[in-house]
Ligand binder design. Structure first.
Ligand code: SF4
Ligand code: SF4
Length: 172
């Protein structure tokens, strides 16, 4: 993984390519695991000695990943794990991945450090736009600090066939 400080990113929009849901295992907090087990059964999860995870299919994808044409969407919307809501960004209290000045983000009186995983196809590099800086990153910070649960700017807004009655693709 290579992490890029947010000040090198002009904008980010999830293009619903599904890479993140195919490549990574999703670690669940206990309340997240419990909600999934109560709704879908324990077989949708796995555990090792240290963590609880969403089960992956034989090709390595998350078992809640669905495909429509060449786009992918998450079928776990109302209980999507926090790790998925935050991806591809890391919101940290310390500049863990370096370049502290470029990663610094003012959040009220707090100073946070925000990086993005460079493998995400939705990143566009350059000078940050106003919307990315003040709306999208703010929402990621709110989600990371637990002051917000619902996603608006931090998920895909690709139009989806109305006959499926899904107005927004939401990944991750
Ligand atoms: S977050 Fe990035 S890698 Fe994941 S589906 Fe969206 S564009 Fe693709
Ligand atoms: S966003 Fe949804 S489909 Fe993707 S890894 Fe998370 S739970 Fe699975």
């Amino acid at each position: 993984m290579r992490f890029v400080p947010w000040q090198y990113i002009a904008d980010w929009k999830c293009v619903a390519c599904g890479y993140c849901c195919k490549l990574y295992s999703v670690v669940l907090g206990f309340p997240e695991w419990l909600r999934i087990v109560k709704t879908f059964g324990v077989a949708k999860t796995v555990a090792d000695l240290n963590h609880l995870y969403i089960k992956r299919t034989n090709d390595g994808s998350c078992s809640f990943l669905c495909r429509f044409a060449n786009t992918y969407y998450c079928s776990l919307q109302n209980m999507k794990p926090d790790a998925c809501k935050l991806w591809p960004f890391k919101v940290l209290s310390e500049p863990k991945y370096g370049q502290a000045h470029q990663a610094a983000f003012n959040y009220g009186r707090k100073k946070l450090f925000i990086y993005a995983d460079a493998m995400c196809s939705g990143l566009r590099y350059g000078r940050p736009t106003w919307e990315f800086n003040f709306l999208a990153l703010r929402e990621f910070a709110d989600l990371a600090l637990g002051t917000r649960k619902t996603q608006s700017k931090t998920t895909s807004d690709l139009a989806f066939a109305s006959r499926f009655q899904v107005r927004r693709l939401r990944l991750p």
